[in-house]
Design a protein around this ligand. Structure first.
Ligand code: 5GP
Ligand code: ZN
Length: 115
């Protein structure tokens, strides 16, 4: 059993504000939102980071982007725009070692994506 925080959210051992769920992914609101809409989209399969993605995961990664597009539409930001960020490793500030896609929207986002 994975001890990872996001696996616990998947198993509903830790509460989260879930906005979408199916057999492959779960999407929930970030606990410390950096924008009016800040959703984390994660695969139910435990993959620690981009570095651990394998060729057999290619369809899953494509699926995640297809669902991100749909979640953005559900949130009403598909036309106004949104940003998708994936941090990988220490220098990117990855804190939770379960692959997650930040979906950020709801305001004009900063022009710099790094500072
Ligand atoms: P990272 O820095 O690893 O790319 O992003 C991890 C994100 O997970 C952060 O934005 C942080 O606010 C969020 N987060 C950490 N713990 C929890 C939690 O228990 N619940 C939720 N919903 N988000 C969390
Ligand atoms: Zn996990």
């Amino acid at each position: 059993m994975e001890e990872c925080l996001f696996c616990k959210i998947i198993r509903k051992e830790i509460p989260a504000d879930i906005v979408y769920e199916d057999e492959n992914i779960i999407a929930f609101k970030d606990i410390q939102p950096a924008a009016p809409i800040h959703i984390l989209v994660i695969p139910k399969k435990h993959i620690s980071s981009i570095n651990e993605i394998e060729s057999k995961d290619e369809a899953l990664i494509g699926y995640i982007y297809t669902k991100i597009k749909e979640i953005a539409k559900m949130q009403g930001v598909n036309e106004t725009g949104y940003r998708v960020i994936v941090n990988c490793g220490k220098d990117a500030g990855q804190e939770v070692m379960h692959l997650h896609f930040h979906l950020l929207a709801g305001k004009k986002l900063g022009e710099k994506i790094v500072d």
